[in-house]
Design a protein around this ligand. Structure first.
Ligand SMILES: Cc1cc2nc3c(=O)[nH]c(=O)nc-3n(C[C@H](O)[C@H](O)[C@H](O)COP(=O)(O)OP(=O)(O)OC[C@H]3O[C@@H](n4cnc5c(N)ncnc54)[C@H](O)[C@@H]3O)c2cc1C
Length: 465
């Protein structure tokens, strides 16, 4: 039996290939209601993408003679139960390193041991296993650069073709509709992932990545994140498609580095489970955050009066995705301009992002809040106006997502409150009625944020990190 989790593909799937080589295979995916009840999983768009991904996986398995059985319940009950039902001698799966995934897998392994069913955990989704990058004293690296150097030197795992033929047997299955009925914002499944990867490389965006990745309006990044999130493609597949092992263009190297960031955050969370709940830098756990429900609501709705922040938050709400540059600016605004706890924003992102992933999301939030592994100091504060001028100079991205600013002249698109009354009337956008006035003054809030951070640090000047 092969138990699929966040590895929804048939190629480069060691567990599936080795099971198929041994004989008949039953493929399982378990919907755990306890997991869905967790706040991070109140994410209709991500669940819709997952549902379509399960349907696509079922299609791929059926094309080879197999099928995907979906069962509902606690995996520690459901997996042994199905193993007994089909007479499986072994249950195989792809290793997960997240703290939650490891705890779940340990419980399932114990239940299977008790039932006399063997288990086999295969390598899978990350290029590097935890043991591959032990870091100093076996505790992993605290910053990205040495991790990345080590990670780059590892071989990219070789391709494992999908099994040609699966010998399955009919098994009753629940319907993936329990994950909701709304449409997924993007096509799901390994085929769609392959299409996105090929288009990104053959269309020239991989080679141009270093120059164009930050251009908000061009939207020139790969959009592979949701596929990687659910294992519809893997880092190794990306590496090989880029041309590894081999010399990469500057653009491809820059892109590969981002896959490295993803693995860094997965390793970091695996080694430091506490970061899921608190700042990694111990002194900064003492920051006093503000309770500002109106500010939080304005941020969520994309009505802060700062065009780039509002564009990003509206893109997220409408599409379940946000450009990385906008993610950084929006996150920084919540934490450093509104002084709201980064964990509130982390949760909002998890509930809206199709690619929402505990490791990458936590890493991105802690990086922006300055509470994480990053070597850069916490007083790096994004200025939403300067970021907008630099990365969306003509305001095309802002106008796309904030239509009430469509006719605002280029000169004022990044700070519409500076238009005269006559200019506002002419642009059809009266600030304060058609579009909000800025809800805070960035410069003033910047100073306040610094005070909060410094005060926390002063409480613990000898903090361990
Ligand atoms: C506050 C914040 C929250 C974030 N939350 C998530 C999240 O929940 N899930 C997620 O996959 N990414 C997250 N990111 C990272 C990044 O924004 C997205 O991975 C990226 O925008 C996805 O678009 P893409 O696939 O076109 O990326 P590309 O630029 O094409 O990058 C290729 C791949 O590299 C990985 N990657 C790129 N940048 C990062 C990064 N900074 N950290 C980790 N992995 C990266 C992703 O898997 C991505 O698909 C977050 C970043 C920030 C600042």
């Amino acid at each position: 039996m092969v138990w699929f989790r966040r590895d929804l593909r048939v190629a480069d799937h060691p567990a599936l290939s080795s099971a198929a080589a041994r004989g008949p295979v039953v493929c399982l995916w378990v919907c755990d209601p306890a997991l869905l009840a967790r706040r991070h999983h109140h994410a209709p768009l991500r669940l819709a993408f997952l549902r379509d991904g399960l349907t696509a996986l079922d299609g791929e398995l059926r094309a080879r003679g197999g099928a995907l059985a979906i069962r509902i319940g606690d995996p520690a009950h459901v997996v042994p139960e199905l193993a007994r039902e089909v007479g499986a001698d072994t249950v195989a799966w792809t290793r997960e390193i997240s703290p939650w995934g490891r705890a779940r897998d340990a419980a399932v392994r114990t239940a299977l041991d008790a039932a006399g069913v063997a288990t086999h955990e295969h390598d899978g989704d990350l290029v590097a296993r935890l043991d591959d990058i032990p870091g100093p004293a076996g505790e992993g690296y605290r910053v990205f650069a040495p991790f990345f150097r080590h990670w780059c030197a590892l071989p990219v795992p070789a391709h494992i073709p999908a099994p040609r033929q699966l010998e399955g047997r009919p098994v009753a299955s629940a319907h993936p509709d329990m994950l909701g009925s709304i449409a997924s914002p993007i096509a799901a499944g390994p085929g769609a992932a392959r299409g996105a990867l090929v288009a990104f490389i053959t269309g020239g965006s991989a080679d141009a990545y270093a120059d164009e990745r930050d251009a908000l309006a061009r939207d020139a990044t790969s959009h592979l994140s949701a596929y990687l999130r659910f294992g519809m493609c893997t880092g190794a597949q990306v590496g090989r498609a880029l041309g590894l092992p081999g010399v990469l263009s500057a653009g491809r190297q820059a892109f590969w580095r981002q896959i490295g960031w993803r693995e860094f955050y997965h390793h970091h969370l695996a080694r430091n489970p506490d970061v899921a709940r608190m700042a990694w830098r111990t002194p900064l756990r003492a920051i006093t955050w503000e309770d500002d429900p109106d500010g939080l609501a304005a941020w969520c709705a994309g009505r802060t009066g700062y065009p780039l922040v509002d564009a990003g938050m509206r893109q997220l709400a409408a599409s379940g995705w946000m450009h990385n540059r906008a993610r950084m600016v929006c996150a920084s605004f919540l934490v450093k301009d509104l002084l709201i706890d980064w964990r509130r924003g982390e949760r909002v992102f998890m509930q809206r992002l199709v690619d929402g992933d505990p490791a990458s999301n936590n890493g991105g939030w802690q990086w922006t809040a300055g509470t994480g592994t990053d070597a850069a100091p916490y007083y790096r504060i994004f200025n939403p106006v300067l970021q907008s001028r630099r990365f969306d100079p003509s305001g095309e991205y802002v106008r796309r997502w904030v239509p009430e600013l469509r006719h605002v002249p280029d000169r004022w698109i990044h700070e519409p409150w500076r238009m005269t009354d006559a200019e506002q009337r002419q642009a059809g956008c009266v600030v304060g009625s058609d579009y909000p006035s800025p809800i805070v003054d960035h410069n003033a809030q910047r100073g306040r944020a610094m005070e909060h951070y410094r005060a926390a640090e002063a409480l613990d000047p000898d903090g361990a990190r």
